[in-house]
Design a protein around this ligand. Structure first.
Ligand code: PEP
Length: 250
């Protein structure tokens, strides 16, 4: 049985006071989330506060990006070791906003996955197609290419040290969700592709769905056989919604 993971991606939102309030709310209700691990991926400046607030809880935390470099003259960058200094468990790599707005290509994302994994972080590898790609029927090709970049660099077994998040770009922040059947089809494709190389890895790796998941659609999505949790953007900024998604698991 794969553990369900409900991970929040706060993106570039929040303030010290709103973070405190949000996590107070999540902590207060987390005991009612019986069948999922909760995690939050937060902006770098809040990591110390988040660590402080969550270290006595069962909620995990992490970051939204990292550098491929270890240290040195890389102004504005943040290393894996720095994230470990704040006891991060997770780090997102290859979120579609990093790919589209900051030019991160498959090779760079694969390097980030490798650096995070080798440091002992759990990289959450985000993959997914644009609307144009879906309409051109190349969803599977796109997702396969994004996965193959990591497999080519690190080997298929490395995927078991991370998490995969299937996030159709057209569903992120748009209020349009993939139907449970659409999402399941891509999740099943991902798992079958990995199984073609290593069945044990395919069985173990958690594949999250991301893209406008909310309390109203989470139950149906999380009921699908190959959906092992969610990467939640907008709805992770409201404690009640985030907890409701956690409770929808199982
Ligand atoms: C995301 O940013 O990973 C995401 C899924 O956002 P939203 O839930 O807001 O669509």
């Amino acid at each position: 049985m794969r553990q369900v993971l409900i991970a929040g991606n706060w993106k570039m939102n929040g303030s010290r006071s709103s973070v405190r309030e949000l996590l107070d709310g999540v902590k207060a209700g987390a005991g009612d989330v019986k069948s999922a691990e909760l995690a939050v991926c937060v902006p770098f400046p809040y990591l110390a506060d988040v660590q402080d607030q969550l270290s006595s809880s069962a909620i995990s935390w992490g970051a939204q990006n990292l550098s491929t470099e270890e240290k040195g003259a890389f102004t504005g960058e943040t290393s894996a070791a720095m994230l470990l200094d704040f006891s991060c468990k997770y780090v997102l790599v290859g979120h579609s906003e990093r790919r589209s707005l900051y030019g991160e290509d498959d090779a760079l994302v694969a390097q980030k996955f490798a650096v995070a994994r080798k440091a002992g972080l759990k990289p959450v590898l985000c993959v997914g197609e644009s609307l144009e790609e879906r309409e051109s029927n190349v969803t599977e090709d796109v997702v396969a290419r994004q996965l193959d970049a990591v497999i080519a660099l690190e080997g298929v077994a490395a995927l078991a040290d991370g998490v995969i998040a299937y996030e159709p770009v057209w569903a992120i922040g748009t209020g349009k969700t993939a139907s449970p059947e659409q999402a399941q089809a891509v999740h099943a494709f991902i798992r079958a592709k990995i199984a073609g190389a290593d069945a044990a890895v395919a069985d173990k790796v958690q594949i999250l769905y991301g893209g406008s998941m909310n309390p109203g659609n989470a139950t149906e999505l999380l009921a699908m056989a190959d959906i092992d949790g969610g990467l939640i953007g907008g709805a992770s900024l409201k404690a009640g919604d985030f907890l409701a998604i956690g409770k929808a698991a199982g």
